[in-house]
Design a protein around this ligand. Structure first.
Ligand code: FE2
Ligand code: FE2
Length: 346
């Protein structure tokens, strides 16, 4: 790794220092961002090349050399290009100690969104493998410090899309789970994360026109959606990584404590903890997203409705969720839809 620079905090605020790992992930002859080199002799950061400019073999070598010495930088104003690049190679976020927690959360959320879109469109092994890899990067990051999940929960989506709903459910469920579980292993964190993210994967087998419908579903249309918990559980049982939490999240997320849910009308502790957790996170995520026929609910209203619905939802979990949003400690919410929409349209 390049050595950490001293006494140049203003440079570190406006520029990222690029590690050799990140440099090697760029197209060698056409860096996608402007590069700057730190001139030690005059202590100035000077432009080295412009984005898209073709580098000669000598320059490629020189850039590598500058980078190894810890003197290669990218402007923060190129963050959008840099993050679009890093989103496709998510493991790099763990190596880049110049990204802020907010930047890492946004890159992780966007990467998971892209992976979930791909897996919903084609729920096959070749799409699952890169998704799994990115989930492991996110859990590695959260494993380092559980409070990092709070940066994620300020960045929930409000637009209606299955992949956005999946990512929201993962974030909300993890916030509750990480703070309410006394001790957990890395493996448990991995499993709960995957379970929450993939809870609705059975929806990929539902006729697509139903998902795009502009209004509440009619009874016969609703019936076509009812099998998705079982379909999801069966799909996940077939993968190489199948484990109980994943199957339970898929199968039980529409079960309710009073037996009014589906598909099995299970009650109380017949529903596993991860099943109850996914139910709360799933319902909350649905409530805060806009639908073509209704506006999104604000976070606190959604939490209060769930707390009031104590016959159907685990009250410890719903009260904890209300605590997250009502405590005032969460800080400013971030418009994550605007961030990903801007990046998607570039
Ligand atoms: Fe569902
Ligand atoms: Fe859901």
């Amino acid at each position: 790794m390049p050595r950490k620079r001293q006494n140049n905090e203003n440079i570190d605020e406006q520029y990222y220092q690029i590690s050799p790992e990140i440099l090697s992930s760029f197209p060698k002859y056409h860096p996608p961002v402007d590069l700057f080199s730190f001139r030690e002799d005059i202590a100035v950061l000077a432009p080295y090349c412009r984005k898209g400019q073709r580098l000669s073999n000598e320059q490629v070598e020189e850039v590598a050399d500058i980078c190894t010495k810890g003197n290669l930088f990218v402007a923060r104003s190129d963050h959008h290009i840099y993050s679009r690049h890093i989103v496709k190679q998510l493991d790099l976020v763990l190596q880049d100690d110049h990204l802020t927690d907010a930047e890492i959360a946004e890159i992780c959320i966007h990467a998971l969104l892209i992976q979930m879109r791909g897996f919903y469109a084609q729920p096959v092994k070749t799409m699952f493998e890169p998704l799994y890899k990115d989930v492991m990067v996110v859990t590695e990051y959260l494993w380092g410090d559980k409070h990092r999940i709070n940066t994620f929960i300020r960045r929930l989506f409000r637009k209606d899309e299955m992949a956005r709903h999946a990512v929201n459910t993962m974030i909300v469920g993890l916030r509750l789970w990480m703070y309410s579980t006394q001790e957990y292993r890395r493996k448990d964190l991995d499993r709960v994360t995957l379970a929450l993210l993939l809870h609705d994967i059975g929806m990929s087998k539902v006729p697509p026109f139903l998902l795009k419908k502009n209004g509440p579903l009619k009874l016969e249309e609703r019936e076509k959606i009812l099998p998705h918990p079982l379909l999801g559980a069966k799909m996940m049982q077939k993968t190489d990584v199948s484990f109980d939490e994943l199957v339970h999240a898929c199968f039980q997320h529409h079960e309710r404590l009073d037996g009014s849910g589906y598909p099995q009308h299970s009650k109380d502790r017949q529903i596993t903890r991860v099943g109850r957790l996914t139910a709360v996170a799933d319902s909350f995520s649905a409530m805060i997203c806009e639908r073509p026929w209704r506006k999104p609910k604000d976070m606190i209203t959604a939490c209060k409705e769930l707390v009031g619905d104590h016959l159907r939802y685990d009250q410890e979990m719903t009260s904890a969720l209300l605590g997250v949003f009502a405590s005032g400690n969460l800080g400013q919410l971030v418009d994550m839809d605007a961030i990903v929409d801007a990046r998607d349209s570039e």
